[in-house]
Write a protein that binds this ligand. Structure first.
Ligand SMILES: *Cc1c(COP(=O)(O)O)cnc(C)c1O
Length: 329
């Protein structure tokens, strides 16, 4: 079950769905809008709404588009029970084993399961699922504890199960069960702070690049960009790149954050603007107008840029704006 929410982690939801179509059994999204984008693009595999319906009306829309609903509270269950769609919809049932975000409490799990059985098209396809809070922390024991709580509830039940996100797929094989739900790893990202994609055998799927549109010499003591954050300690060559925070590059990136230009790492110099950013290329004489700067990709990786900027690669990918042109290779 490929997680393609947030516009396919910024890559373009329909592009990703098409690229993965021979390799996956379904797609998971956060909301109805994303599910409809997939259906309108002709996707006919199962599409799972991870948050389930947000309103009673969304139950009817889910049926109209043959979506699978993850049911995680009594309101959603009652909407299903009270509607004529009852008995025709595919569902998953979510148990809250410790994340405390969505799901029925362990004590309610059995009752919810029995009632939901009466609402679904095919109760042998009713998937029991949970979600881990700390699977990215490989030394932490709470993921195994969550799995034990889950197993205690589902032991008497026959249906298929789903627990694992990327981190659990990579670190806890016992959690794999019938359906896995990879997200970040599908795009070549490492879910662990202490492991690179290469160490995990993953290859980044996205390269974000921009063009050098201006080059200038800046004398010692002059400042570059908004607020004059960067000061030239020597006579410097500054390259301006046509990409900024309006293109998904983090505004909080500090001076020194690397960009790859003409095969060499060059440091960010000055605050990132909406549409442009500036780089010190004094030590990179091959740079020309028209050179390509790699903002992230194989190197530097998106996680390196993210950690420099106080966030995670997930947030940078999920925030990729519409205006960035996607080229598929
Ligand atoms: C987003 C999400 C995933 C995928 O998580 P990754 O860390 O990107 O693999 C899996 N399950 C649920 C419920 C999610 O919301």
């Amino acid at each position: 079950m490929a997680c393609v929410k947030a516009n396919g982690y910024g890559h373009g939801i329909t592009t990703v769905a098409e690229a993965l179509s021979q390799h996956v059994d379904g797609y998971a999204v956060a909301c109805l809008e994303e599910a409809l984008a997939l259906r309108e693009a002709g996707v006919d595999k199962p599409v799972l709404l991870l948050e389930g319906p947000h309103t009673a009306d969304e139950v009817a829309e889910a049926l109209a588009y043959s979506l699978t609903l993850c049911i995680s509270n009594w309101h959603q269950l009652e909407w299903l029970e009270s509607r004529s769609e009852r008995g025709r919809i595919n569902c998953w049932l979510k148990i809250d084993t410790g994340m405390h975000r969505l799901g029925f409490s362990p004590g309610d799990g059995m009752t919810a399961y029995r009632r939901l059985q009466g609402c679904v098209a095919d109760s042998t396809k009713l998937v029991l699922c949970t979600h881990f809070a700390r699977a990215d922390e490989r030394a932490d024991s709470s993921t195994e504890k969550q799995l034990r709580i889950f197993d205690d509830i589902v032991a008497p039940l026959a249906g298929p199960q789903s627990c694992a996100n990327s981190a659990a797929i990579l670190s806890l094989p016992a959690s794999h069960r019938q359906w896995v739900r990879p997200g970040y790893m599908l795009y070549g990202g490492s879910p662990f702070a202490d492991a690179t994609p290469a160490e995990l055998g993953l290859k980044p799927g996205m390269q974000l690049s921009g063009e050098i549109i201006s080059l200038r010499t800046v004398p010692v003591g002059d400042r570059v960009g908004y607020g004059g954050r960067w000061v030239a300690r020597r006579q410097s060559t500054i390259a301006t790149i046509a990409a900024g925070y309006g293109d998904g590059y983090p505004r909080h990136a500090p001076d020194g954050t690397p960009l790859m230009i003409e095969g060499q790492r060059s440091p960010l110099a000055g605050r990132v603007s909406m549409d442009m950013l500036t780089v010190d290329v004094t030590d990179n004489p091959a740079v020309r107008i028209g050179s390509t700067a790699i903002l992230w990709g194989d190197a530097p990786g998106v996680d390196e840029i993210a950690s420099n900027s106080g966030t995670i690669g997930y947030e940078l990918l999920a925030g990729m704006p519409q205006r960035v042109r996607r080229e598929v290779q």
